[in-house]
Design a protein around this ligand. Structure first.
Ligand code: PMP
Length: 427
């Protein structure tokens, strides 16, 4: 039985000591005390099906026994900084990770978060090219430190950061974008930015393969290969932010960029890499990585033995339990069921995404696409009351985000969609 503080006490103290504009997500907040695979449990032992997975973070499942065992074993053995000494955990994981990436992407730098990984990637692109200008895509999210907050193109994720050398390109959003699904038309904006807003040379472009925080937006087909060739002609690199779309989540591919037929120069990872352990990574080519050898680049905990042991266990579980295939099969099934739900409920304006990175955009009017923001909050609250945790997102706050642990089953999928159906029917 739970003997911890009450929910009201936690809420009061959280407000006092951890004030933030984020959360708690629900009007009646969830007090989570335990996790097991695709389930979470509150203080009363009530079980919830987790269809959000800590924002696409839980790849194997909450507290997956193999990952827990790796963490406990390594914690008992050694938890230390690994930069100054040799230790096998960091090297084993770097080697395993590099084997999952194509081409020359074989050099790994570990960080503690996605923000740090993107900060490092942006710095490397700038050092390597000798240019300062970076292009990012409107509605994208890349982190909350100086460069990454600049690259993040949604006003509510920015404080008074001065925009330096970052240019935000028109979002190739097939649902709301002016050019629909025509990726090549959107790509022209990147050429315009380079021609009219820079010296003609840029450091690179950073992009998610599917915008997660932005509301699970799949970049219009043809966009990424086109902009990559434009940026490359301007001397720039392509940084693929795989923080949400990596590790098999998109089902059809291990990495999100692969579906676009492009090979990046730099790949950044976080979230799913550790199944909840705080770790991020930057992977690049030996040629680009040379820029970090001129100075002393150092992260005390980046790549520490415990987090890298966790990471290696995660990779093994993804392979052993065929989680990428599961993301494909079960994810496609969820999408199919959501599409049929769309025929029934007018409020669903769009269903999109791949594998287990899915979004349902809610609108008051399908023609005008007026965001159904209040309805969305009602739906996620009611779904929680019925035992399903789902995410919210999108610039207008009207997108239901489905990013479950990759061990989600077909039965879980049915329960998720049935509960969604039920709440929508009651609206
Ligand atoms: N990139 C993407 C695509 C993300 O979704 C996030 C986190 N939402 C980040 C980077 C930043 O990661 P972190 O919160 O670990 O700093």
């Amino acid at each position: 039985p739970y003997r911890g503080p009450s929910t009201s006490d936690l809420l009061k103290r959280r407000k006092q000591y951890l004030p933030t504009s984020v959360g708690p997500l629900y009007t009646n907040p969830l007090n989570l005390v335990e996790g097991k695979m695709q389930y979470l449990f509150d203080e009363n032992g009530r079980r919830y099906l987790d269809a959000f997975g800590g924002i696409a973070t839980v790849s194997c499942g909450h507290c997956h026994p193999d990952v827990v065992e790796a963490i406990v074993k390594q914690t008992k053995l050694l938890q230390h900084t690994t930069v100054l000494y040799l230790n096998h955990a960091i090297i084993d994981f770097a080697e395993a990770l590099a084997s999952k990436l194509p081409g020359e992407l074989k050099v790994v730098y570990f960080t503690n978060s996605g923000t740090e990984a993107n900060e490092l990637a942006l710095m490397m692109a700038r050092l390597y090219t000798g240019c300062h200008d970076i292009i990012s895509i409107r509605n994208g999210y890349h982190g909350n430190a100086t460069a990454t907050m600049n690259a993040t193109a949604q006003f509510f994720h920015k404080f008074n950061v001065v925009q330096t050398g970052i240019h935000h390109a028109v979002n190739p959003d097939p649902y709301r974008g002016v050019f629909g699904s025509d990726g090549l038309m959107y790509a022209k904006d990147v050429q315009d930015i380079i021609d009219y807003g820079t010296s003609g040379r840029v450091a690179g472009i950073i992009a998610e393969a599917i915008q997660g925080v932005g509301g699970v937006i799949e970049l219009a087909p043809g966009y990424l290969p086109a902009v990559y060739s434009i940026v490359r002609k301007a001397g720039g690199l392509y940084i693929a932010d795989e923080v949400q779309s990596g590790f098999g989540r998109t089902g059809s591919h291990f990495w999100g960029f692969e579906a676009h037929g492009v090979v990046p120069d730099i790949v950044t990872l976080a979230k799913g890499i550790g199944n909840g352990a705080p770790i991020g990574a930057v992977i690049t080519t030996p040629e680009i990585a040379k820029v970090l050898t001129y100075r002393y680049y150092f992260s005390t905990f980046g790549g520490n033995p415990v987090c890298t042991a966790a990471g290696l266990a995660v990779l093994k579980v993804i392979e052993k339990e065929r989680l990428q295939q599961n993301a494909f099969v079960v994810g496609s099934y969820i999408k199919e069921r959501l599409l049929s739900l769309m025929e029934k409920h007018e409020i669903i304006g769009d269903v999109r995404g791949r594998g287990m990175l899915l979004g349902v955009e809610l609108v008051k009017d399908r023609q005008a696409k007026t965001p159904a923001k209040a309805e969305m909050l009602q739906i996620i609250e009611q779904m929680k009351d019925m035992g399903v945790i789902i995410g919210k997102g999108g610039f207008h706050g009207n997108v239901l985000r489905i990013t479950p642990p990759l061990c989600f089953t077909k039965e879980d999928a049915d329960f998720l969609v049935d509960v969604m159906d039920c709440t929508m029917s009651k609206m």
